[in-house]
Design a protein around this ligand. Structure first.
Ligand code: HEC
Ligand code: HEC
Ligand code: HEC
Length: 457
């Protein structure tokens, strides 16, 4: 018996030593900040496009402040993590990071000094980025304007504030490694998969997460959450009333809107804005890959979408749909509100993207949850500065809570042919109280390149 316990003890010690060896990462020596001239201009330009695909500005730039200087609060269910300064400032940025240190951060989620990084930095996707692309990203970042800015300390409870613990998270959920081509697929498909799963980190928002914040592999692209918004499913569970195709996806990602799918709102507006820098071939590759993840739509979905198209063609100028339920029900009260507050813009007579979408086409209304509909109704779509953008007033002050609930019940029944969302009232109250920290952004990615939205270089 004693021998047995000694054996167990030895095993535990070995495991601890093994884990320690796995978890411990050496510091990589600091370097003298490299000269701008040491980087090839073509490489820098390539890096600029890649940084757009990676949406680096979205997390590393506070709106209205210097690009890439960090300090933006990234809320997580566990607490707030602040993004770092990734300008080449030698003191507070990555000015003294070698290319190897940068590459290791991207590939393994490890700081130059050896500390583990939180997966709020999507290194679980960036691990797929090729060395060549990391080289270009490094060249781009190291030639930005250096900004001295130290981020605030992260607000995380014990033991999550101990970075060593992250090694355990990685052991469970992180698979390090470059993208491996799938030889059974076309070159275009592989290019799309490389961008979507790697640098584009689409799954960081579009895949649901487990209790420890890791993406659920078995629910890949099945719909997730981001900044108080639902990021709709991009697999077979897609809630788009008209099934997305290669061409409609291409147009949506290229322009930030598509006639049968409306405008990209919330955090997706920034994503499509950034994708504006990509060549058409890459956007097409992304669309090819996504369509393969969605699979062919079920016959009922195709039939319903044909029905929708037919009715829209007849109903040009759109008469509001009468509520089927008896007077006094939520949906019949909702129709009155729709007519008074929404129909002028949403009857479909003014074309997308500046006219409101006909709700038959809206994935927001057909979605499994009410969050995005609530966000848009409460906060509206603010105007983009200096250019035409889709604008909608917010109704937080003009509609009562019950009116919004009735309105949503009507839109669901009349336009999506589905029962009212059961959790609409609760979600509405939580959204009003500020629980979800909803980011409200103009949908200003429409048909333009990104050039650092709201940021000064
Ligand atoms: C979803 C938000 C998000 C996106 C997108 C993002 N980052 Fe980050 N990044 C973070 C956060 C948060 C941290 C800090 C993590 C921590 O404290 O452990 C970080 C840390 C880093 C670090 C480590 C720097 C240091 O000083 O420790 C590097 C390098 C980095 N990011 C580069 C990039 C690049 C390059 C891109 C675009 C290709 C990018 N990030 C996109 C959120 C993001
Ligand atoms: C920062 C979070 C975030 C990231 C990263 C992100 N998305 Fe989204 N996406 C969203 C949200 C939120 C929506 C819902 C937007 C709305 O309500 O208009 C959305 C909507 C979409 C839609 C419309 C779906 C529909 O049914 O109408 C497509 C297509 C899409 N995203 C593709 C992508 C692709 C491709 C990528 C990666 C290149 C990506 N997204 C990355 C948050 C994100
Ligand atoms: C002044 C015009 C205007 C009014 C009034 C208006 N909207 Fe909008 N709405 C828009 C525009 C423009 C868009 C963005 C383009 C698009 O996607 O349809 C939009 C988008 C939306 C979306 C997102 C749809 C999607 O799938 O992307 C929802 C939901 C919505 N509006 C609901 C409402 C409701 C409910 C009301 C009434 C309480 C209302 N709107 C009143 C102009 C308006």
């Amino acid at each position: 018996m004693k021998r047995f316990w000694i054996g167990v003890l030895i095993l535990i010690v070995l495991c601890a030593v093994g884990f320690g060896a796995y978890a411990w990462k050496p510091a990589i020596d600091p370097i003298e900040p490299p000269q701008r001239a040491s980087f090839d201009q073509a490489l820098i330009e390539k890096g600029a496009i890649l940084a757009s695909v990676g949406n680096c500005t979205a997390c590393h730039t506070k709106p209205g402040e210097k690009s890439f200087a960090g300090g933006l609060a990234v809320p997580t269910p566990f607490g707030t993590i602040y993004s770092t300064n990734i300008t080449p400032d030698p003191k507070t940025g990555i000015g003294r990071w070698s290319e190897a240190a940068f590459g290791r951060a991207m590939r393994e989620g490890v700081e130059r000094d050896g500390d583990h990084l939180y997966p709020a930095f999507p290194f679980d996707h960036f691990t797929l980025v090729s060395d060549e692309d990391n080289k270009a990203l490094y060249a781009y970042l190291m030639t930005r304007h250096p900004v001295e800015n130290r981020r605030p300390a992260n607000e995380l409870p014990f033991p999550l504030n101990v970075r060593f613990v992250l090694a355990g998270w990685k052991l469970l959920f992180f698979h390090k490694g470059a993208y491996r081509e799938d030889a059974s697929q076309s070159a275009e498909w592989n290019r799309g998969a490389y961008l979507v799963e790697g640098l584009g980190h689409c799954g960081a928002c579009h895949t649901p997460r487990n209790a420890l914040g890791a993406e659920l592999k078995r629910a890949h692209l099945a719909g997730g959450e981001a900044e108080g918004w639902s990021a709709f499913a991009l697999n077979g569970l897609s809630s788009a009333p008209i099934p997305l195709t290669h061409d409609s996806l291409f147009a949506y990602l290229r322009q930030g809107w598509q006639a049968e799918h409306g405008v990209a709102n919330g955090p997706m507006a920034e994503v499509t804005g950034n994708l504006g820098r990509l060549p058409d071939a890459d956007i097409s590759a992304i669309a090819t890959y996504l369509v393969s993840q969605m699979g062919a739509p079920a016959p009922e979905r195709v039939a319903r979408s044909e029905e929708i198209r037919k009715n829209l063609a007849i109903d040009q100028g759109g008469t509001p749909i009468p509520a089927s339920a008896a007077t006094g029900s939520p949906t019949s009260r909702g129709v009155v509100i729709y007519q008074a507050a929404c129909a002028t813009c949403h009857d479909g007579s003014r074309p997308q993207p500046f006219g409101g979408i006909d709700f038959h086409l809206s994935a927001t209304i057909a979605a499994p949850g009410p969050q995005n509909a609530i966000n848009v109704v409460l906060f509206g779509l603010p105007a983009a500065s200096g250019r035409q953008s889709p604008i909608m007033p917010g109704f937080a002050e003009t509609l009562t809570e019950n009116q919004v609930v009735d309105l949503l019940a009507y839109l669901r029944e009349a336009y999506a042919g589905k029962p009212a969302w059961a959790d609409a009232k609760a979600k509405l109250a939580d959204t009003r109280s500020g629980k979800y920290q909803v980011s409200v952004r103009p949908s200003d990615g429409i048909e333009r390149g990104p050039d650092n939205v709201g940021a000064k270089d």
